[in-house]
Design a protein around this ligand. Structure first.
Ligand SMILES: *[C@@H]1O[C@H](CO)[C@@H](O)[C@H](O)[C@H]1NC(C)=O
Length: 496
């Protein structure tokens, strides 16, 4: 205590503060100047280092590396990764494939076994795994504030680790870490490509901030204050400029759907090198199901409608129930009695279960309980059986980005009634007469009228639609993906 008082007496506290502040400015100027000078020096040195390394390798077979830090996850993005690798290995056996991964706890054999079990994919040639130890830098939970910026800077750190661990000829970012592209292009002198499932920032996000709407990317505090909103808008604008510059560093851009394509064209503005390659869906098995020849005039058969989807709010089960209510008014009583709507889906948590119970209450309220049933968490075989016995598939989610469930129903030979928005409208359902492969609807009345019309179609028109639907889902098949992917990558793979 005594010591501190003495200290204060000796050096007047204000003097100390002014001493510190007079130091802060020159020190920070030095740091910034150092960075400004050292960064280009570092980039040039690294670039030369990698250039020489490339030359000395000379005639070796070329290498392609995929940046996929979560390659053991087993989701849709991973199916794209492994299908892409299999396609290159099959067409270009001499090309060496490497995968940058952060799955330190899984050995290469474990990863490949899981790929085989999960996706039924066996790779013809070995893959080299490059393990990265700094994956935590790209995890959202590291950055409670400025998450976008934090994750992007983190991906640069992870990208640098990747670049210094292994230098490929062709670099492919398959997880949407666009900021790694300039590293490999300008420092590593690689040819670069990326496959985008989802843009990191979208115009919708900017829009929500400027409208001051509270959302998962916009806290209440920010939405309420005009000052914070302006700051956040500036941050988003600068970020999207940087993102768009990074994205344009790719020599070839692939996107997974029309929705993503629209956003990427909006941001990156390089439509000539942007290609839409739908991800591979496994539709072959469902296409083997026989098409149901159901005659509406046969008095005893059930007319089954199926709706596949998790019990999540955006799937809009209430809209589907209200459509059934309207349908009842449109059909003669004996026909209505044979109509059955089955909801097939999974409940992930207690909230989903509550939602499902609310739904069956709504059913009773609309007195539909004899015509609607729920099948929760059923095994795949039973779902397949359900698809086999149904005539119509129902989908009601607004603005779904794609709608793989819709594709699967069409592959199984069902006539789809899907929501007139998002992926079903842009990518999947074709309504022009002559090439019709399904139907779109928006309001409950429209849904009801469409279903009634389908139930009254002649057997031959129904079969025409089913056949068209089945043929059209080939656009989303594995074979179509492989052809498209190889065609797009060809310029990068050849003359290396
Ligand atoms: C593209 O990726 C996004 C994000 O994973 C997904 O929501 C969408 O369904 C995908 N599109 C296709 C065609 O699979």
């Amino acid at each position: 205590m005594l010591g501190i008082t003495c200290f204060c007496n000796m050096f007047d506290i204000f003097g100390l503060l002014s001493l510190i502040s007079s130091l802060v400015i020159p020190v920070s100027v030095c740091i910034i100047a150092g960075l400004v000078v050292l960064t280009p020096v570092f980039i040039c040195a690294a670039r030369n280092h990698f250039k020489n390394k490339k030359k000395s390798c000379g005639e070796h077979a070329s290498t392609v590396a995929f940046f996929h830090p979560y390659c053991n996850m087993g989701g849709g993005g991973e199916r794209v990764l492994w299908c892409a690798i299999r396609a290159i290995q099959t067409r270009h056996p001499a090309v060496k494939i490497a995968v940058y991964t952060g799955d330190l706890e899984s050995s290469p054999d474990e990863i490949l076994n899981r790929v085989n079990q999960r996706f039924n994919i066996i790779l013809p040639n070995p893959v080299e795994f490059i393990y990265l130890r700094r994956r935590q830098w790209v995890e959202a939970k590291m950055y409670p504030y400025f998450t976008l910026l934090g994750q992007s800077l983190g991906s640069i750190i992870l990208g640098l680790e990747a670049l210094f661990s292994f230098l490929p000829d062709v670099y492919v970012d398959s997880m949407g870490y666009a900021f790694t592209l300039p590293l490999f292009k300008y420092i590593g002198c690689c040819r670069t490509a990326c496959y985008v499932h989802y843009p990191t920032i979208t115009s919708d996000m900017l829009h929500r901030v400027s409208q001051r709407t509270v959302a998962h990317n916009n806290r209440r505090l920010v939405a309420r204050s005009p000052f914070l909103t302006a700051g956040k808008l500036l941050y988003y604008r600068i970020f999207s400029m940087a993102y768009s510059w990074a994205g344009r560093c790719a020599d070839c851009v692939m996107v997974n759907s029309s929705w993503t394509e629209d956003h990427i064209n909006d941001l990156w503005k390089c439509p000539l090198k942007t290609h839409r390659i739908y991800p591979p869906c496994d539709v072959n098995d469902l296409k083997k199901l026989p098409i149901l020849k159901q005659d509406a005039n046969k008095k005893d058969k059930l007319l089954k409608i199926v709706s596949v989807g998790q019990f999540r709010p955006e799937k809009d089960h209430p809209l589907q129930l209200r459509s059934m209510y309207e349908l009842r008014q449109l059909l003669p009583e004996d026909l209505w009695e044979r109509v059955r709507l089955t909801f097939v889906g999974s409940c992930r948590d207690a909230e989903d279960e509550q939602r499902m119970r609310d739904m069956s209450d709504l059913c009773k309220h609309l007195s539909l309980e004899n015509n609607v049933e729920f099948k929760v968490n059923i095994p795949y075989e039973e779902l397949r059986q359900e698809l086999k016995e149904s005539v119509i598939g129902l989908h009601a989610m607004w603005n779904e980005h794609f709608g793989i469930g819709v594709v699967e129903c069409m592959a199984a030979g069902l006539i789809m009634v899907a929501h007139r928005s998002g992926g079903p409208r842009m990518d999947i359902v074709e309504e022009a007469e002559g090439s019709r492969n399904g139907f779109l609807a928006e309001s409950e009345m429209e849904y009801a009228q469409t279903i009634a019309a389908i139930l009254q179609l002649s057997a031959s028109s129904r079969e025409n639609i089913c056949t068209a639907a089945r043929a059209s889902v080939d656009r989303f098949s594995v074979a179509e993906f492989e052809t498209g992917f190889l065609r797009t990558m060809q310029p990068l793979l050849s003359n290396s």
